[in-house]
Design a protein around this ligand. Structure first.
Ligand SMILES: *Cc1c(COP(=O)(O)O)cnc(C)c1O
Length: 437
């Protein structure tokens, strides 16, 4: 007989998970209604010029509670257009957390600007408001708070700093559609908000993005930048529309200032209209499921929920890319990787956790040496920007995340009997950490 060191599955004990998870992780939820909506676009024979995108923009703007909404081919382009419309130009700086997906900020380089990366808070993993103000310089145009993995940023503090220094705020809501900060919807705090609607996100319709704002000038600049058929120029080929009043922009009508074409795919728009109808009820179920998971783990040593306090009025939206906080000091320094390997054995292949989340951006060579404009110098300096490059050790909380975070299952359905077993797996390993050292 082999010696059993502990009840842990990694040592030969029984797995904590025995139930079949079924479709608990499947996302997005696609029904015949989505299929029908897409087929209608195909059958109408006007895949580029139907007004389905405008219907989606109207519905999404109303749902967000913002005056203007524009559909984009993806979140990356929506964020780049927003940066330009909010005044980012050659020589400027934006402030962005280092712990995010590259598309929160890398577009600044194409605008001739640079990125000054800020650290995150250990419990929210969102930008640390205390690490923003000292980074503001004479050329700082924009702060980009990212509601990271669904967690709302400290918007009161961020907006106060931005207003004090006359700096604009662009919320990246790619992870947090439908989330709330103190009872108010994310994406309604900044001068504009932009986000991905990519198939892996919590609002998922394929390759698409959307921008929202209440600021007419931002809206008109976005039109002028990438929606040539909405600038009012007559066309032999397209139905045209005039969405611009500013004479400084009107004189360029017909040719987009960015040289970009920002038109959302119509089949995605059709699906997005259907998804929007059910989104609130679907994320309400996700919230019940995910909160159930964390409630079950309350008090487990070394584990901490990544979510706002229950009575704060803040929520995690659709819990995109759900993660947990790991506190190795409560487990005698047990490495996060060792913990994750043991949890995976308990889960019997139905979900795999791993340490860390996005790789920090501030040390990436793109922000140190990439010469995008072929000028013989790093683009982050090539337009007279300040040198704000930061090496390893400069953002300690961010750099520690491979040891302080790990993936958790992203439940789309609230099925207590299944969720209880998943939570039991994470708890079991935390409670038997001694056996792993
Ligand atoms: C996915 C993502 C984007 C980019 O969106 P795409 O639709 O993939 O272009 C931007 N910011 C964040 C934080 C993201 O996760």
């Amino acid at each position: 007989m082999t010696e059993v060191k502990s009840p842990l599955a990694i040592h030969g004990g029984p797995t904590a998970l025995t139930a079949e998870p079924g479709d608990i992780f499947k996302w997005p939820i696609v029904t015949e209604e989505d299929e029908q909506a897409v087929i209608e676009v195909l059958r109408a024979g006007k895949m580029s010029s139907s007004d389905i995108t405008k219907q989606f923009e109207k519905a999404f703007g109303e749902w967000m509670g913002r005056t203007y909404a524009l559909g984009y081919p993806n979140g990356t382009t929506a964020l780049r257009a927003a940066m330009w419309a909010l005044g980012v130009g050659a020589g400027d700086e934006i402030i962005c957390p280092s712990l995010t997906y590259w598309a929160s900020c890398t577009q600044a380089l194409t605008l001739g600007a640079t990125v000054n990366f800020a650290d995150c808070l250990p419990d929210t993993l969102c930008i640390d408001p205390a690490d923003i103000e000292h980074r503001i310089g004479p050329r700082t145009k924009l702060i980009v708070p990212v509601h990271y993995m669904g967690h709302p940023c400290e918007m009161d503090e961020i907006m106060a700093i931005a207003r004090k220094h006359n700096v604009k705020v662009l919320e990246d809501v790619s992870h947090a559609q439908g989330g709330l900060y103190k009872g108010r919807k994310l994406g309604t705090f900044g001068d504009a908000a932009a986000m991905s609607l990519m198939s892996g996100k919590s609002f998922a319709v394929g390759e698409a993005g959307v921008l929202v704002t209440d600021d007419k000038s931002v809206y008109e600049h976005c039109i002028a930048y990438g929606f040539y058929e909405r600038t009012g120029a007559p066309s032999n080929y397209n139905p045209t529309e005039k969405c611009i009043t500013d004479p400084e922009l009107l004189k360029f009508q017909g040719v987009p200032l960015g040289g970009y074409k920002h038109r959302m795919n119509q089949t995605c728009s059709a699906m997005a209209l259907v998804q929007l109808k059910y989104y609130d009820e679907r994320i309400a179920e996700i919230q019940r499921a995910m909160n159930r998971f964390w409630d079950l783990l309350d008090g487990a040593p070394g584990l901490k929920a990544h979510r706002p306090a229950k009575d704060s009025g803040s929520t995690m939206g659709g819990w995109y890319a759900a993660h947990g906080l790991y506190r190795p000091e409560e487990l005698d320094g047990l490495p996060c990787k060792t913990y994750c390997d043991a949890v995976n054995a308990e889960l019997d292949g139905h979900y795999r956790t791993s340490p860390g989340c996005n790789r920090p951006l501030h040390t990436h060579p793109v922000f140190h040496e990439a010469d995008i404009f072929r000028q013989g110098k790093p683009t982050v300096l090539a337009f007279g920007q300040r040198d704000v490059r930061q090496g390893p050790g400069s953002l300690p909380v961010t750099e520690r995340t491979p040891e302080t975070t790990y993936g958790i299952p992203w439940f789309k359905h609230d099925r207590p009997e299944v969720i209880e077993q998943f939570a039991a797996a994470f708890r079991k390993v935390a409670e038997h950490a001694d056996a792993l050292r």
